[in-house]
Design a protein around this ligand. Structure first.
Ligand SMILES: [Zn+2]
Ligand SMILES: [Zn+2]
Length: 127
């Protein structure tokens, strides 16, 4: 019988909060840096973003590693929300195996045995 220490939960929350803050700060950091490095244009569809619409321009990591932020910006690409989505969909498909023959479940051909019936049809019982 070990009573749970309330400190554990509080400590955990504190650490998580800090982690969130750091991640957010880092995210804001590289976005700011990328926006300073690159022209405010989507690298994919070449639309320009200025003023309030600038928030639609996002930083894509070319190697998909958000912790890989070289100061020269070589791992960044500015993409608008739509192109960014598209970019990740494209790459997600390859990894997640987005298919697998829905119309051809592996057990189907063994459950339905056409030869059993065919046998009876081609060989009529002789009498
Ligand atoms: Zn775009
Ligand atoms: Zn991305």
């Amino acid at each position: 019988m070990k009573p749970k220490k309330p400190m554990d939960a509080a400590e955990r929350k504190r650490v998580l909060d800090q982690l969130h803050r750091e991640t957010a700060a880092r995210a804001a950091g590289y976005r700011e840096r990328a926006l300073k490095l690159f022209p405010h244009v989507c690298a994919s569809c070449a639309r320009e973003f200025a003023g309030v619409r600038l928030k639609e321009l996002t930083v894509h990591h070319k190697d998909h590693n958000h912790d890989h932020n070289p100061p020269d910006g070589s791992n960044w690409e500015l993409l608008c929300l739509y192109c960014h989505d598209h970019e990740h969909e494209k790459n997600g498909m390859a990894g997640h195996g987005g298919g697998g023959g829905v119309g051809d479940p592996p057990g189907a051909s063994t459950l339905f045995n056409p030869f059993g019936q065919l046998d009876g049809l081609v060989k009529p019982p002789e009498s």
